[in-house]
Ligand binder design. Sequence first.
Ligand code: NOJ
Length: 760
Amino acid sequence: MTTTLQETVAYYNNLDPETEKRVDALLAQMTLVEKIGQLVQLNPFAPFDPDDYEAKKREAEEAGAPFEYEPRLRDDMEDLLRGGRIGSFLNVMTPKVINHCQRIAVEESRLGIPLLVGADVIHGYRTIFPIPLAEASTWNPDLLERASRVAAEEASAAGVDWIFAPMVDVSRDPRWGRIAEGAGEDPFLGMAMARARVRGFQTTGLTSGRNVAACPKHYVGYGAAEGGRDYNTVDFSERTLRDVYLPPFKAAFESGAGAVMSSFNELGGLPVTANPSILRTILRDEWQWPGVVLSDYDAVRELIPHGVAANLREAARLSILAGLDIEMVSTAYHDHLADLVTAGEVPEALVDEAVRRVLRLKFRLGLFERPYTDESLHDAVILQPAFRELALETARESMVLLQNEDNILPLSPDVRLTVIGPLADNRADMLGCWSLHNHPEDVETVLEGLSAYLPGDTWSYQPGCPIRDDRTDGSGIETDIPAAVAATREADVVLLVLGESADMSGESHSRTTLGLPGRQQELVDAIAETGKPMVCVLMSGRPLVIPRLAAQVKGLLVAWHAGIRAGRAVADLLFGAANPSGRLTASWPRSEGQIPVYYAHKSTGRPAAESGTRQFAEAFKSVYMDEPNSPLFPFGYGLSYTTFTYANLQIAESMLGPDDTLRVSVTITNSGDRAGAEVVQLYVRDLVACVTRPVRELKGFQKIWLQPGEQRTVSFEVPVRDLGFSGLDMQYTVEPGDFKLWVGPNAVDGLEGAFRVCEA
Ligand code: NOJ
């Protein structure tokens, strides 16, 4: 059973009087130390001990038992739990350990307050789905909701009650490795995906009988790190904050998210962890949001290297005063908060407020009634056939066909194929950058996927070279480009399976050059010499910079890191059992020097000509001398094996008041000969306003499936109040005036119309 949006909103973010009474009653009994305990989040394990690991492995081998390493608890953990000095865990997903610790918290601590177990379940727990950037490329929020529900099912059976996702950071910089974890460059799309994922995580009726809270992150601005370097400085205007970076968080809260994780970065000179205007003014005063604010990992201590706190005590004071509730991993609150309160530097009422929020979440999750996890469930719940099927559906819909010259795809089953590239026979990298509980043996490789379609004697495989250079790659693949070239001799088509390894994106994995890593481009150059037609399946955790590759291959399918069903999904698409329907959610630059390149840019006072710019062609315009302004592949772009035509754009009312709704419709026809899906996108431009506005902004999208020849009228309804922005006084405003709109297949093409917003 799926809960409605209203129910989840009510569940976590409404102050229901019964819960408030329970919170007050409990709070009244708590000592200061116990209160502070609720604000402490730690990993309960001792640092990894390789000797212990080896010894346990040997023991299991001698006993012929399967080996699953269980790390040791920290020596002080049980005492901390008994003393009520710890309120939550992170990244423990072992039901036995969780129950053991929970039993101490519930049965042996004075007040018996249950622990809250949080974990990173970013694109699946055991059923690993495509990375979130890929998931967003489905443009199918319903699918994401279902995928998130599967993640919640599995994680909840492992004892997790709090999922540190969705990551809703808008990012316009593919150098930043964490672009992989979000929905891409656009706030409107980000809002849709945030809502879907929160609904999915927070649905009720999970097999475990327990509930899960979502934790959108990283609040806020993290995706705008200077130079795309992780954890780096962020400095943008309040208007950009409000119009671009905040909306997906607001959408997540409106969908009922009961918590948020603050970000590592500074914003305009003040780290978010210690930033009261971000943590208090916006969240509490403006939005009246009652949820929990959790720091990021060690971020309170990091106020010291940021240079705003001289020591841990000061870091604790700044954070609690700013409005940070729970400290993750560092121990500033644990070590110093009691003293700060006693010394009168922090009002106890502030601590009470934070504790109240944590207790509220615990009550709402039902932890007091159901603190334990049924350990027998885990194995039955994970990796169910329906979950694997959904992972396949998501993987297929996430992949984006960028080129298909001469309709080289789909391949015919009697094609003679040579498969080349380090990622064709690879499991580990399909799992993407953020899956803690993955098992590579769950993954289907591309070669395995292909074998479902091709008889054994019609194809061959050569890796050609490792993903990175031979020394650091660790895959055991040795570069042998001549062998790869020789293998193509009999081929009708060469299928290249290339790209990044999973650990080239994600946290702390930013890159400055975004071409094919290692010697892969050299490999392609050598194959290109043979003149054989090439199709490339490109795997990555980000938009890559591939103008050379794109010019060499006829077919180009972006497959990202697509999870456990990656191989089957690739094969289904290559052979036409499924029709590509993914669309980019972040622009693919022509060169690193263009970054940031995104569709919703401003016009500038010297805009380039609409047709794009060329070297030296447009002097004294906002252009580069050596590169067009446009990306290689724009936001929203992606091909299908069929074609769609757009006609009959209708705007119901072209003069609208501020309380009206913009109603737009268009007729889409599947004009090809295969069934397929189109993502119909609605963009607007506010032509003149008191502040500059983007040249296009996404305001609606619908993914529709059409049979060959089928026609459908697609209608959009956009409330005029959603066409606003932060005005001169930084208040949200919708200004009267003229707008353009486009309905089309991406951020560049489409039918054009116009409407006007009039005074009230
Ligand atoms: C740091 C990451 O920024 C955050 O996304 C994650 O949830 C925490 N570590 C906990 O693992």
